[in-house]
Design a protein around this ligand. Structure first.
Ligand SMILES: Cc1ncc(C[n+]2csc(CCOP(=O)(O)OP(=O)(O)O)c2C)c(N)n1
Ligand SMILES: [Mg+2]
Length: 574
């Protein structure tokens, strides 16, 4: 058979069920071979979108995402999404068509390996017809076992050559690595001695499926529980859950983490976001870190104790070591009550800055009426009223079903959905912020939505990021995804306005005239509603009641008087 066919067949035999991409001549045959082998192909409208879909899908399933792109521009278009995936350690395989080795004058020629390496992805290649299947298997397994983003260059001449039908050797069973006994003993001693221990679990804890083990160990030593933003939702429902540590932390979480005498990062890099540049670590606190990657230990901040090992196995070993040394640690009935009372952002009082009435359910003109059946919220009418993004998000948190999948784009707005929308578990939060690119949120929401069809997908976007990634709105409509797309519309690159505004720089380059994003949504075939005050959310309630026959775009004209506190944190890193 042809190498292109053998590669597609091999991938479906390796377990590939879903492929995202944009098809051109160079990836046409391999994509069709994947489909013939039983995989589902999801056509995106831009390779940047396809890459984010594959990334979002991989995050929400835990499996290898697969992206198929044309040579040259197909790959360069996908690079921002690939970079986000690589920096997030998403297991992702990019099937990148490439010109033939001898085609030195081809206009499509780019240095695929250099491009991949420059963004932290691993480069691999179909080297010859005889090695092609082995090359595919190696690339796929590297993505899977090492959680790497791998760009597999597929030269056209190799793809068009004949090879034997693929024979795929079964992989040897790979087991997670246990920690060294000394590390277990050190960590157990530190926990036994701690009076106020806090666990901060990250993506590694989520990937290791360590929730139960961490909860049991935390119970034994009286630790409070928190997560990095990437693992938001991991301890959902646990009464000792402080939610996210870092810029998005509630005042209570920040207070309690700062007062800890031992902070243990579990599969968590303890980076500047999660630790607020170290300000969440109190003076004299001991910092410990557990990670299966030795390079991660101490990479972002000095640690007193480092244990190399799988998070779940290490946790279990420490628990066994602590037998008979249980302590109530940080936990007390009073604190439990405080967490229940003040533990969520929505419990924190704020002054509503909205101009159309502060309370949810307040009376006012229903500018978006009739959205459910007609899908037409009607013209906005040019009102100047604006809704406070906190009030908007709290109202949405109440309206949206608990079984939801939340994907968040980047920008000043991003803390509102991240802090005020709860998620049912860590796999229901898609947070593509490793590269801090705007414009990824909508497409990653599509991938995540396809991964977990039982949950209502919610894409939370800024107006800038929404319009940057708008091409994939057609994909949402075409796939009939019952998605809620909420756009925090401040008619600006708000992050830049708030970054430079205080120093009185001219801001014309980062401000825009009003755009009717609800009408743009309707143009794509969505229902569209403009929200300027709490009362305008009535059509959202109607849409949610069903039949949700088309996606819903909410153009929320939000107040944006001052920059957000988490953004000030971010700018320290610039
Ligand atoms: C691809 C890309 N281009 C530019 C930037 C710089 N940038 C960061 S936030 C931002 C503004 C985003 O605007 P919007 O999506 O409306 O969100 P807002 O900040 O207004 O809430 C820009 C341009 C970026 N992060 N990524
Ligand atoms: Mg904006």
């Amino acid at each position: 058979m042809l190498v292109s066919e053998a590669a597609g067949t091999a991938l479906t035999r390796l377990g590939v069920t879903t492929v995202f991409g944009v098809v051109g001549s160079g990836n046409f045959h391999v994509t069709n071979a994947l489909i013939a082998g039983g995989a589902r192909f999801v056509a995106a409208r831009h390779e940047g979108g396809a890459a984010c879909m594959a990334d979002g899908w991989a995050r929400a399933t835990g499996e290898v995402g697969v992206l198929s792109v044309h040579q040259g521009p197909g790959l360069t278009n996908a690079m921002t999404g690939i970079t986000e995936a690589a920096k997030s350690r998403t297991p992702l395989l990019v099937l990148a068509a490439d010109v033939a080795g001898a085609a030195v004058r081809s206009n499509f020629r780019i240095d695929v390996a250099a491009l991949a390496a420059s963004v932290g992805a691993q480069a691999d290649r179909l080297h010859s017809p005889g090695s092609a299947v082995a090359d595919v298997v190696r690339a796929y397994r590297a993505a899977q076992a090492q959680r790497r983003t791998v760009v597999l260059a597929m030269p056209l001449d190799v793809q068009a050559a004949e090879c034997d039908a693929p024979v795929i050797p079964p992989p040897p069973p790979l087991r997670p690595c246990p920690p060294a006994a000394e590390s277990v003993a050190e960590l157990a001693s530190a926990l036994a001695a701690a009076e106020r221990p806090v666990f901060v679990a990250g993506r590694g804890a989520r990937v290791a499926g360590a929730r139960g083990d961490l909860e049991r160990l935390a119970e034994t030593c009286g630790a409070l529980l928190a997560t990095s933003a990437a693992a938001k939702g991991l301890f959902r429902g646990n009464p000792w859950d402080l939610d996210v540590s870092g810029g998005f932390a509630t005042p209570l979480a920040a207070e309690l983490i700062t007062a800890a005498d031992l902070v243990v990062g579990w599969g968590c890099s303890l980076n500047m976001w999660t630790m607020r540049h170290g300000r969440l670590i109190g003076p004299g606190a001991t910092v410990a870190q557990v990670d299966d990657d030795v390079a991660a230990i101490g990479a972002h901040r000095p640690v007193d104790l480092g244990a190399v090992g799988d998070v779940a196995l290490t946790c279990r070993a420490v628990l066994a070591e602590l037998a008979g040394r249980a302590s109530s640690g940080y936990r007390s009935p009073e604190l439990r009550e405080r967490i229940a009372r003040e533990g969520r952002w929505r419990d924190v009082p704020y002054a509503d800055e909205g101009t159309a009435g502060a309370a949810v359910g307040a009376s006012g003109p229903e500018t978006g009426g009739g959205v459910a059946e007609s899908g037409d919220g009607g013209p906005d009418g040019g009102s100047q009223e604006r809704i406070d993004p906190r009030t908007l998000t709290i109202a949405l948190d109440d309206l949206l079903p608990a079984e939801r999948m939340v994907a968040v784009d980047s920008g000043n707005f991003m803390g509102y959905p991240s802090m005020f929308l709860s998620v049912p578990d860590a796999s229901a939060f898609c947070f593509t912020q490793a590269y801090q690119s705007i414009g990824l949120g909508l497409a990653s929401a599509i991938g995540a939505a396809l991964a977990q069809p039982g949950r209502l997908p919610v894409a939370a976007l800024g107006d800038g990021g929404a319009l940057m990634g708008i091409a994939e709105l057609e994909t949402v409509v075409r796939l009939r995804l019952p998605m809620v797309i909420v756009v925090y519309d401040d008619e600006a690159y708000g992050a830049e306005v708030h970054h430079f505004g205080p120093d009185r720089h001219p801001l014309d380059t980062v401000r825009f005239p009003p755009a009717d994003i609800a009408a743009i949504g309707r143009g794509f075939g969505c229902a569209g509603v403009t929200v300027r005050g709490p009362a305008d959310l009535a059509p959202v309630r109607e849409w949610l009641a069903g039949p949700r026959g088309r996606p819903l775009v909410i153009d929320a004209k939000v107040t944006s008087a001052s920059g957000s506190w988490w953004l000030e944190e971010a700018f320290r890193g610039h």
